[in-house]
Ligand binder design. Structure first.
Ligand SMILES: *Cc1c(COP(=O)(O)O)cnc(C)c1O
Length: 359
């Protein structure tokens, strides 16, 4: 079977040149004679790989020296637990914006180990928009404010980040490296790898190092950021393959002109889809215009049966992964960095043809 256009939400599309390179090195990596999966994580060769991965992230995002760059296991979901454990001191509270499925999961995890305030919730509005900064009921004593910068299920994202006194913490799983951001605005940024960074199984964590002073003795050693900072992500045997793939992904992004260029392409891709959705009453975007994601574009058709037909025919036409999340239904195109402009153009022409036949 030929390769199809992949709009899966995650694990998701990876750049074809990255897959080709990994394929060519799978059995024998040059200079090793064996696969990268079959060498020690303590070897000089692997150290070079993880160093390059870190350098790639630092370069692409302009990460200052006072921040550590970590590759951890447990993906984004373990960060939901590690963040409150490490950064909210005993007896203190933390602020959470509840803007959709993933920020809700982060909030629930934080509530299991201490006090977490909901400073704004979009639940009543079915998570269709991001709040204005003035709407946040911040607690001046909160240890940090947690947001999900791009809600993968709802298809909404923060265009501008709130300016606050406490450290801002962001789950960027579904948009990391898709646009230019100012890392210094954040205390901690984290992202599961399987959307924009590589295969599943690791999380990227960028943490301002002074924050680890909040740690206390009750935290298991493995779950302390200080452990992984000290051991440079090699405290235990990490997912070496995923780190290698992330390194290749960074090199691909650098060869494409970095984040500025990637953002330009991503905005163009998203605009094509939103223009099509807005062009007629056949399609409907449930999302507030100012909150629209450029990574996960969601929309509805006039009926559920038409949505089912749309998905079926799209699949026949070589486009997969377009089904909305099971909790909300509808259509969702996840157009991460690796999803090409060509893929989006193909989807848009398919939509126009589908509307002509069914509208
Ligand atoms: C996918 C996703 C997660 C969950 O990642 P896991 O790898 O399943 O832990 C968390 N947050 C966001 C925003 C996501 O898109």
């Amino acid at each position: 079977m030929a390769r199809v256009f992949n709009f899966n939400p995650g694990p998701a599309a990876m750049p074809e040149p990255v897959l080709q390179r990994a394929k060519s090195e799978l059995l024998e990596m040059s200079g090793l004679g064996i696969s990268v999966m079959n060498i020690s994580h303590r070897s000089g060769e692997f150290q070079n790989i993880i160093d390059s991965a870190e350098a790639g992230i630092r370069d692409l995002l302009s990460v200052p020296q006072e921040y550590a760059v970590l590759f951890l296991q447990g993906s984004a979901s373990l960060q939901f637990a590690m963040i409150p454990m490490n950064l909210r001191r005993p007896g203190k509270s933390a602020d959470y914006v509840e803007s959709g499925r993933f920020s809700q999961k982060a909030l629930k995890e934080a509530q299991t180990t201490g006090k977490a305030n909901v400073v704004w919730s979009g639940k009543e509005e079915d998570y269709t928009r991001i709040p204005e900064p003035a709407e946040l009921r911040l607690d001046p004593d909160a240890e940090y404010l947690h947001i999900c910068s791009n809600e993968t299920v709802g298809g909404i994202r923060w265009n501008r980040f709130p300016e606050i006194a406490a450290p801002l913490i962001a789950d960027m799983s579904s948009e990391i490296l898709s646009r230019v951001i100012d890392v210094t605005r954040f205390g901690l940024i984290y992202a599961g790898a399987q959307k924009n960074l590589g295969p599943s199984g690791i999380a990227l964590v960028i943490i301002r190092q002074d924050l680890v002073e909040r740690e206390h003795a009750g935290i298991p050693i493995f779950l302390r950021y200080s452990t992984h900072i000290r051991e440079r992500s090699l405290y235990n045997t990490p997912n070496t393959w995923a780190i290698y793939m992330l390194k290749l992904t960074c090199e691909w992004l650098q060869s494409r002109g970095g984040l500025k260029e990637m953002q330009r392409i991503n905005e163009e891709k998203a605009a094509l889809l939103y223009q099509t959705i807005d062009s007629s009453g056949f399609w409907r975007s449930p999302v507030d215009k100012n909150s629209r994601s450029i990574m996960n574009v969601v929309w509805r058709l006039p009926s559920v049966s038409l949505e089912e037909r749309f998905l079926e025919e799209a699949k026949e036409a070589g486009m997969v992964g377009l089904k909305g999340h099971r909790s909300v239904g509808g259509i969702r195109a996840s157009i991460y960095n690796a999803v090409t402009l060509e893929a989006v153009k193909t989807l848009v022409s398919f939509m126009k043809e589908f509307e002509r036949k069914n509208g």
